[in-house]
Design a protein around this ligand. Structure first.
Ligand SMILES: O=C(O)c1cc(=O)[nH]c(=O)n1[C@@H]1O[C@H](COP(=O)(O)O)[C@@H](O)[C@H]1O
Length: 277
């Protein structure tokens, strides 16, 4: 489980701040994998083996596993076991519920003895407030990643409501930074919102931002870096479909690696430009 310093160290060493999203859909993976006992795990295993030197994080999206019931949870547990120790291994669960229920979600994703998995970080919806978030912080060293400003069109419905002269998403970030230090809390900010990064940085100058939305959703890496990067990098940029489904044939892992290299090369240039490396 990387600490903030270890994460920064890894970014400098790999010259990358890439997170590979494991949004593994059994309908989309190459057909030949269906001959394996656990096709989803086999797909993830090959993707991880092909990309781990190019990325600093992996993010399985829980929905893709939960949707397959017990089998899906088994694939998720096996995938977790195969993830490298040095990468920040995020479960994208977008949970948010009140205290005692949150204790159960925390066990489900952070407590290996209870559930068989122990991710390093979890994505959370802040809508239910402080007591829906803080129980996760009882787990030493684990990270929480709070939805700040999301990448989807529906983000306009609530996140841009004006409240006390600022947007609701700004209030979320202002409040959430009081829950923990920049060594325990990150924010999700969609790559499709690049100019808003300046705003977020006013309230969260040091926090890492998890940025989905490059690749399939059309966000620009250069814009994200221009407005969101800080002196430690401060960004983890996720790409899921554009990497993992780069090919639907037997060469899928090589094709994923080629896409990851393209992003890593762009990231290296941005890190050099900002003086991080
Ligand atoms: O929390 C997230 O990761 C997330 C937040 C957000 O605002 N937008 C967003 O796309 N995501 C997730 O990031 C991933 C993006 O996948 P691709 O669009 O295929 O790269 C999916 O797992 C989404 O659920």
């Amino acid at each position: 489980m990387p600490s903030r310093q270890q994460l920064i160290q890894q970014i400098k060493q790999k010259k990358s701040f890439l997170c590979v999203g494991l949004d593994t859909d059994i309908e989309k993976i190459p057909r030949f994998l269906l001959d394996f006992d656990d096709p989803v795990f086999e797909f993830n295993r090959q993707i991880i083996n092909a990309t781990h030197d190019l990325c600093v994080s992996y993010k399985p999206n829980s929905a893709f596993y939960e949707s397959r019931g017990v089998k899906g949870l088994q694939s998720l547990a096996k995938t977790w076991q195969h993830l490298p120790a040095e990468t920040l291994n995020i479960i994208d669960a977008k949970r948010g519920d009140l205290g005692n229920t949150t204790d159960m979600y925390a066990k489900a994703f952070f407590d290996q003895a209870a559930s068989g998995v122990s991710f390093d970080a979890i994505t959370l919806s802040p809508y239910m407030g402080t007591d829906s978030v803080t129980p996760y912080l009882k787990y030493d060293g684990k990270w929480i990643i709070v939805l700040g400003l999301t990448s989807n069109p529906g983000s306009k419905d609530f996140q841009y409501l004006v409240n006390k002269g600022g947007y609701l998403y700004e209030e979320v970030v202002k409040k959430a930074v009081t829950w923990a230090g920049a060594d325990r809390i990150m924010f999700v900010v969609g790559a499709t919102k690049s100019t808003e990064f300046t705003n977020i940085r006013k309230y969260a100058p040091d926090n890492f931002l998890l940025v989905p939305g490059v690749g399939a959703q059309g966000g620009s890496l250069a814009d994200v870096c221009q407005y969101g990067m800080n002196s430690d990098c401060g960004l983890i940029v996720n790409a899921s479909r554009s990497i993992i489904y780069a090919s639907n044939e037997r060469d899928f892992a090589d094709a994923a690696r080629a896409e990851a290299i393209k992003l890593q090369q762009e990231m290296k240039v941005e890190l050099e430009k900002a003086g991080v490396i």
